[in-house]
Write a protein that binds this ligand. Structure first.
Ligand SMILES: Cc1ncc(COP(=O)(O)O)c(C=O)c1O
Length: 303
């Protein structure tokens, strides 16, 4: 994966370098996306999952940060497919576009500076474990709020919040962190949205709970309602409601569908991966790899 898109050109990775004076390095003044492409060996095809949806969110993040990428969603999708074709991956891959304040000005501000844009890609299997069952813990760090650094947008600087929580979780022996909002309600994981199953109903924090508007979250809401016939409710969730859920799982482009078996040392349900989570995960893996005809339009073929 040695070719990247940088400064409006396709160049070798080694030539895509920035000055240490770059404003975004100092202030986190950048927005990014995380996109996956799945290899389908039977079809010898690479499918990018929900490509336009990711760039729509990226342009929304740019709008909030006043960054001007200079490309629309269609251009960005075409550039990404072009980049993948140049690199020719025949395995599951991750795609990372980033728009950043390129100027070397000292002021932490968002207007009057140039925006840089780059995309790179690399092979990626699981980001967090999808098969063993995760042990997670609530963080002592609270989720950044919409009026400080909006979690709705994938702002680079906001990921300090994720990094603090994830580090603490790993050092405490957990696989992943859960974060509460400033008001003490369930928000999301360090890089994942979260679902609970209670009495056969899927419950997930609503969009006012300082969460990223997850592409996978939206995908699963549709799939659970339309394919599996599970009711889905988006609402405020208290901390201890997670402890008493029958099943819990995390989701995200990186995380995919990752079952949770323990929260704050309390077993979830039987303490084993739940049966509904398994069904949701299997369906998701079929859909992203282009194996579900009804949802082929979510998969952009590269070759
Ligand atoms: C903080 C956070 N929440 C949720 C998600 C899941 O979002 P998506 O499904 O769009 O990848 C991510 C990233 O993947 C994230 O970084």
């Amino acid at each position: 994966m040695s070719i990247v898109y940088f400064n409006k050109q396709f160049v070798p990775l080694a030539e895509a370098n920035l000055s240490i004076r770059t404003n975004a390095l100092h202030y986190g003044s950048a927005v990014f996306e995380g996109i996956r492409a799945y290899w389908n060996p039977n079809e010898q095809q690479l499918f990018v999952f929900k490509l336009p949806e990711h760039y729509e969110r990226m342009l929304n993040s740019c709008k909030v940060l006043r960054l001007k990428v200079g490309h629309d969603v269609k251009d960005l999708c075409a550039l990404t497919v072009d980049l993948l074709r140049r690199n020719q991956p025949k395995e599951d891959s991750y795609i990372r576009p980033i728009a950043y304040v390129r100027s070397e000005g000292l002021t932490p501000k968002l207007v009057g500076y140039d925006t840089g844009f780059a995309i790179y890609t690399f092979p990626l299997g699981d980001y967090i474990d999808t098969s063993g069952g995760l042990k997670v813990g609530f963080s002592s760090w609270r989720r950044i709020s919409d009026n400080s650094i909006p979690a709705r947008c994938k702002v680079s600087g906001g990921y300090v919040n994720s990094a603090l929580a994830k580090t603490e979780a790993l050092e405490q022996g957990y696989d992943e962190a859960l974060l509460l909002t400033q008001d003490g309600f369930l928000s999301e994981g360090s890089a994942e949205n979260i679902f609970l199953i209670r009495d056969g109903v899927l419950v997930t924090p609503d969009l006012s709970q300082d969460i990223l508007e997850g592409v996978t979250r939206n995908t699963l809401i549709s799939l659970c309602r339309d394919e599996l016939g599970f009711p889905v409710v988006e609402r405020q969730v208290g901390r201890t409601e997670v402890y008493v859920a029958e099943e819990v799982f995390l989701c995200g482009t990186g995380a995919q569908v990752s079952p949770v078996v323990e929260v704050d040392r309390r077993p979830i349900g039987t303490g084993k991966i739940g049966p509904l989570t398994v069904r949701i995960q299997q369906l998701y893996f079929d859909v992203v790899r282009g194996r579900h005809p009804k949802y082929r339009h979510w998969c952009t073929p590269v070759y």
